[in-house]
Design a protein around this ligand. Structure first.
Ligand SMILES: [Zn+2]
Length: 74
């Protein structure tokens, strides 16, 4: 088998609540949890998205204070 899937021992599927049915797969460099029983899957990339949103929020906070013009070299 060439598939890069491995079972996550003790992991409970959020969808069907069964234990040891979740596999961890690496799809295009993105870690994905998938349930072999019900077909549930979610990307662990969501965590980094939340992190990114936090960063954007911080940037918005600084921008509301002082506005600086950006100059491009010609
Ligand atoms: Zn499931």
């Amino acid at each position: 088998m060439t598939q890069k899937a491995r079972f996550i021992s003790g992991a409970v599927c959020p969808s069907c609540q069964l234990v040891d049915k979740l596999v961890l797969e690496d799809i295009d460099g993105v870690s994905t949890r998938r349930c072999v029983r019900c077909g549930f899957n979610d990307s662990l990339e969501l965590e980094s998205d939340a992190e990114l949103a936090d960063r954007q929020q911080a940037e918005n906070d600084t921008q509301t204070g002082e506005w600086q013009p950006i100059r491009f070299k010609e």
